[in-house]
Design a protein around this ligand. Structure first.
Ligand code: SF4
Length: 132
């Protein structure tokens, strides 16, 4: 979740080992390692900004866009990405990931939009009772 909205969802081992959303990737890279050699081998987080926006002034478009290393001007700062589902178990809300998944769809991998009222689309808390 980022600023109260689900940005990526899926089975924990899959999300941890193969994160798709730039925020998830940044979070995982920021985990401190007890081994200094591991720490040195980790790539930097690469955020555009370390400032966390106020929940009272959530940025337009994708709320992660002021910090995202994959930010695309004119798209990410204008249009809020839809939460999409890939292959039945992975969900992500990101224009770049959506483009990758659209490419996967051309190879027959099913990609669907998460419907409103599913408990994930509208932010937190979930809107559907009993979802969790
Ligand atoms: S929609 Fe754009 S700004 Fe948001 S996470 Fe994806 S690439 Fe980054």
């Amino acid at each position: 979740m980022y600023l109260g909205r689900v940005v990526e969802y899926g089975p924990t081992p899959v999300v941890i080992n193969e994160p798709r959303h730039p925020y998830t990737r940044a979070l995982l890279r920021a985990i401190p390692e007890p081994d200094p050699d591991l720490t040195r081998r980790k790539r930097e987080v690469g955020l555009r900004s370390l400032d966390i926006p106020s929940l009272l002034q959530v940025p337009p478009g994708c709320s992660f866009h002021p910090r995202c290393p994959l930010y695309e001007e004119g798209l990410c700062d204008v249009e809020r990405p839809q939460l999409l589902k890939l292959n039945g178990d992975r969900l992500a809300a990101c224009h770049v990931v959506a483009r990758e998944w659209a490419h996967a769809a051309t190879r027959g991998v099913p990609v669907t939009r998460v419907p409103r009222g599913s408990g994930l689309e509208g932010g937190f808390p979930p809107q559907t009772e009993g979802f969790w």
